[in-house]
Design a protein around this ligand. Structure first.
Ligand SMILES: Cc1cc2nc3c(=O)[nH]c(=O)nc-3n(C[C@H](O)[C@H](O)[C@H](O)COP(=O)(O)OP(=O)(O)OC[C@H]3O[C@@H](n4cnc5c(N)ncnc54)[C@H](O)[C@@H]3O)c2cc1C
Length: 397
């Protein structure tokens, strides 16, 4: 079997390649590291703005939203090219992949102008107020309250794990607006300025944070007044916004995850060959590790393409419900196996600013510890298994 694209698609790829050769940020520029997922160094703002202006930020969207009405296949090629060059479109991923698309899907024209466009143009960065101390996997159990008082909502409560909140300008916040309704039905989505009086942001480091990089925050709301016009979607319809938000771009993100696994495997192969005069390559344990990762990487790619082909033909693609779990756990397995193979050397944990690209010299233990971010955020592996059991295999709850 040979997988290939038609000539027109390859021309699209060539046009993108040429553009990237000319405009992509240099290694040197990227050395100015972000301090969190909502901190945008000047070069990152300029880069995202350049993508927006040229219609390469979200190719599937129309030009006024930073796109060029690209077909689904062209969008896939776009993600293939960016991921193979290890280039991110935005350093504020939650802004580009969740916040802006949610406003575009559910917002009024005014909301799109005020909240989505500045985020797409990298003038503003965002955070997501979903999880709470008592509501993570069970997001519908959230208790942060918003009560209508005249033309304002008054918000009280607490969020946690809010990535980048200390550098964010805007927040998409999920609040309980009808405590008497069944829990999924009493939630609303509200757009907030992070400078609104009554919001306290408290950053806290995690054990895998690197020097200068702190991403997690607790966010407290004490009588925070937000105009009613900041409601996104209908009152008490926030559950639909939350579900749509998390589904955005899932269909394409596996390409990044697959490229990430390929890259980790490449580094593992280099590392295995480089040390001890190549002896490690001949350890049976390491050979198993590398072959397993190679097979995983190939399977991931094939699953992704198969799902994409089904979706493009208007069919259901249960494969795509497996990809997040499979990609995150395959990388984690590779990192752990590699740590075990290199033994005590793996304890050499390093604290350095976060890398924009997967860096060859990042210690394996850092990779392993860091990989839990991907098996937890956006729905833990256990929750993914529940989803697969119920929606793909048809098992009872
Ligand atoms: C890197 C990272 C970035 C994040 N960024 C944000 C952010 O920007 N904004 C935000 O709002 N949140 C963010 N989160 C929080 C994330 O959404 C939650 O951590 C996640 O939803 C899990 O919730 P929890 O931590 O409360 O764990 P819990 O839901 O308490 O789960 C604890 C354990 O129980 C298991 N479990 C729970 N329910 C079930 C079940 N029904 N069946 C089987 N097992 C179950 C889980 O799998 C887990 O192992 C981030 C998390 C990470 C790791």
């Amino acid at each position: 079997m040979r997988l290939h694209y038609d000539d027109e698609t390859e021309r699209f790829r060539a046009e993108l390649d040429e553009w990237l050769d000319e405009h992509a940020p240099s290694e040197d520029q990227m050395r100015d590291r972000p301090l969190s997922s909502a901190h945008l160094p000047d070069w990152a703002r300029r880069w995202q703005r350049t993508l927006f202006d040229a219609g390469w930020l979200v190719p599937g969207w129309p030009p006024e939203l930073g796109g060029r009405n690209a077909t689904p296949v062209q969008q896939m090629v776009y993600f293939e090219e960016l991921s193979s060059r290890q280039i991110q479109r935005s350093l504020n991923i939650q802004g580009l992949s969740i916040f802006a698309p949610s406003v575009i899907d559910f917002g009024t024209e005014e909301q799109k102008q005020r909240w989505a466009l500045p985020v797409l143009r990298a003038e503003r960065a965002t955070c997501l107020g979903m999880s709470e101390p008592g509501a993570g996997s069970d997001l519908a159990g959230l208790t942060t309250r918003a009560e209508l008082d005249g033309d304002d909502f008054v918000i009280n409560g607490q969020k946690v794990w809010t990535s980048g909140a200390h550098h964010a300008d805007f927040c998409l916040c999920f609040v309980r607006t009808d405590p008497s309704a069944p829990k999924h039905k009493g939630i609303s989505a509200v757009l907030l300025e992070m400078t609104t009086p009554g919001i306290t942001v408290r950053p806290f480091p995690s054990f895998v944070d690197k020097a200068a990089w702190v991403d997690f925050n607790e966010v407290f709301f004490d009588d925070v007044r937000v105009p009613r016009e900041n409601l996104l979607g209908d009152l008490n319809d926030g559950w639909r916004v939350a579900n749509t938000s998390l589904a955005h771009e899932r269909g394409m993100l596996w390409i990044y995850e697959s490229a990430h696994l390929d890259r980790a495997l490449e580094i593992a192969l280099d590392d295995a060959g480089a040390r001890n005069g190549g002896q490690r390559r001949h350890s049976a344990q390491l050979r198993d590790t590398l072959v397993d990762a190679y097979v995983d990487a190939l399977a991931l790619r094939c699953l992704g393409y198969r799902g994409f082909a089904k979706l493009s033909a208007g069919k259901a693609a249960p494969e795509h419900l497996l990809l997040k779990l499979f990609a995150s756990e395959s990388s984690q397995r590779l990192f752990l196996d590699f740590c075990e193979t290199i033994g005590v050397e793996a304890l050499d944990v390093e604290t350095r600013p976060v890398e924009m690209r997967v860096d060859n010299s990042w210690p394996w233990m850092n990779r392993y510890l860091g990989s839990f971010g991907t098996t937890i955020s956006g729905g833990t592996s256990e929750i993914q298994r529940n989803i697969i059991a119920e929606r793909v295999l048809g098992l009872p709850r």
